[in-house]
Design a protein around this ligand. Structure first.
Ligand SMILES: N[C@@H](CCC(=O)N[C@@H](CS)C(=O)NCC(=O)O)C(=O)O
Length: 200
């Protein structure tokens, strides 16, 4: 396995620590990566241009850190890091969500504080937009399959709903006909999607 890696990322640290505790770190090759310069190898694995990103032995690119950690938990024999049921499971997942949210806030605050003066707000917005554009391209290439909703398809539908809500002028459907057809069928099969639409 290969891990796109930065030694200063707390999310990378979380993944490497999890791998060490589960005693499978020797199976992981660390690939030093500057996510902010969006190298092609990272972009082809993770359209969000973020580390950590794990390439599995099967050639599947996994992100972000909760997904990678859950995958690592499925390997090896050491005791699991994700309790499988009961109150301890929700305590652990809640702690993860809280700590991840705090790391997101701390990392974003830090990035803003070291952002060069000449790097304008427009450039930051452009970088975020590029991540969405690359994500749409990946979803167009491999649209979700029809079927009973999963947490994956619910998430994709809500993401597209948000683009319609806040970025309608960008018209994501224009270059993504397969994804547009998928959303149409999801909406038709899932009345709760319309029931949860944001206010107009
Ligand atoms: N939710 C992600 C967050 C990962 C993240 O924010 N990584 C930072 C490094 S600490 C990054 O790669 N930033 C590059 C960017 O935002 O463009 C996870 O849990 O893996």
């Amino acid at each position: 396995m290969k891990l796109f890696y930065s030694p200063t990322s707390p999310f990378v640290r979380k993944v490497v620590l999890a791998a060490k505790i589960r005693e499978i770190d020797s199976q992981i090759e660390l690939v030093p990566t500057d996510a902010h310069s969006s190298p092609a190898a990272l972009l082809s694995a993770n359209p969000l241009s973020k580390v950590p990103c794990l390439m599995t032995e099967d050639g599947v690119a996994l992100f972000d850190s909760p997904v990678i950690c859950e995958y690592l938990d499925s390997l090896g024999d050491a005791p699991p890091l994700f309790p499988d049921h009961g109150g301890v499971r929700w305590t652990a997942l809640r702690q993860q969500a809280l700590a991840d949210g705090m790391m997101d806030a701390a990392v974003l605050g830090r990035m803003e504080s070291v952002r060069p003066q000449e790097e304008t707000r427009a450039k930051v917005i452009e970088r975020q937009k590029a991540a969405v554009t690359r994500g749409l391209a990946l979803l167009e290439e491999t649209p979700p399959e029809a079927g009973h909703p999963t947490i994956g398809t619910i998430s994709v539908a809500c993401m597209l709903g948000y683009l319609d809500f806040r970025f309608a002028a960008d018209d994501w459907r224009a270059g993504h006909p397969r994804l547009a057809r998928w959303l149409e069928s999801f909406v038709a099969a899932t009345p709760a999607f319309a029931e949860t639409a944001p206010p107009v």
